[in-house]
Design a protein around this ligand. Structure first.
Ligand code: TXA
Ligand code: MG
Length: 318
């Protein structure tokens, strides 16, 4: 294990806690840790038995590929084949809320199960200082989906993780997640760049750096895990609400929904709305509402990711 932990206590987490968590991962265990998007449920990505526990504890219906988190671009290059454009995107957005799906490099260390047997690997260098410190201490890729049970709302705080898994996994508490929605996933395959999942980096920002318009996923490129019903609270969800109906509880945006219990961003800031999204959904759900009525959210910038998650939350449950 690496010893260059120059950050003594990133975001209130001690070096001792980071090293202890790296030990848990090294012994094949699971641990939850903060990233700037959502909390991840991590396991050693190079060890199938460790990765298998992620699927088991989350109750994932099938072996969807997991994102492998690494500490640096160099560590990512050891796992994936980077075409020049992918390297440019990595240099522009890492560390940050971007995941690149690339061909697996021969001799890479991420195991088949983490890639769900595909010839591709999903890689991300997260920006949260606690995540980076953990990855540096561990020294190997960490497979981590969001730290929630399958189909449930993603956790944006340590308390959210505890509500999902109680004391089943150790949790590094690095505070609330600044971005609040999952990473943007891009596939860089066969000379094309396609958007597999809108997320914490806006499509517009990616297109500006890449100098091209992102493709829709090509037919045959697998975007598994993108189930229609996902990110679901217990309450029903009604989108595009302009008023509240009897029995509904309101989630507003920019002050547009009269009587709303909460407003994702009173000043209409989409970044603030993304950061508040999952926490507010959890809070309203906990009030026992039958239906959460959500105001219309603009579709540009992080609005694309917010609307994507809200549509999934509103979809008929499977
Ligand atoms: O922000 C995030 O991305 C969070 C934090 C913890 O990093 N992680 C996350 O992971 O959302 P997860 O497991 O929920 O998302 C994994 C998704 C898969 O469902 C799939 O859509 C895509 O990433 N993915 C990963 N590897 C892939 C691959 N090899 N080919 C295609 N899609 C892949
Ligand atoms: Mg998830």
């Amino acid at each position: 294990m690496a010893s260059d932990l120059s950050l003594s206590s990133p975001a209130g987490v001690t070096t001792r806690q980071i090293l202890a968590t790296a030990e848990v991962l090294a012994s094949g265990g699971l641990a939850a840790f903060p990233t700037e998007t959502v909390y991840g449920l991590g396991a050693d990505a190079t060890t199938p038995a460790a990765v298998a526990q992620i699927y088991a504890i989350k109750g994932r219906p099938q072996f969807n590929p997991l994102i492998s988190h690494v500490a640096s671009i160099d560590a990512a290059i050891a796992e994936g084949e980077f075409p020049p454009l992918a390297l440019r995107l990595a240099q522009a957005f890492w560390p940050g809320p971007l995941t690149l799906v690339l061909p697996r490099r021969a001799g890479g260390n991420v195991c088949d199960l983490a890639c769900a047997g595909l010839a591709t690997v999903g890689l991300r260098v997260p920006a949260h200082p606690v995540a980076l410190a953990l990855l540096r201490a561990f020294g190997r890729p960490v497979a981590a989906p969001s730290a929630n049970r399958s189909g449930r709302i993603s956790p944006a705080s340590a308390a959210d993780v505890r509500a999902e898994f109680q004391d089943m996994v150790p949790i590094l508490d690095g505070g609330a997640c600044a971005v609040g929605v999952e990473s943007t996933i891009l596939a860089c395959l066969n000379g094309r760049v396609s958007l597999l999942r809108p997320g914490g980096i806006a499509r517009e920002e990616v297109e500006a750096i890449a100098g091209l318009t992102l493709d829709a996923p090509a037919p045959g490129i697998h975007a598994p895990g993108m189930l229609a019903s996902h990110y679901a609270p217990n309450a029903g969800i009604r989108l595009g609400a302009t008023d509240l109906r009897p029995g509904e509880i309101g989630l507003g945006f920019a002050g547009t929904l009269d009587g709303a219990r909460r407003d994702l961003s009173p000043r209409g800031d989409l970044n603030e709305a993304a950061a508040n999204l999952y926490g507010f959904l959890r809070a309203l759900d906990a009030e026992g509402a039958g239906t959460i009525a959500v105001a219309a959210i603009p579709g540009h910038g992080l609005g694309a990711a917010i609307n994507d998650r809200l549509r999934r939350a509103a979809a008929p449950r499977t």
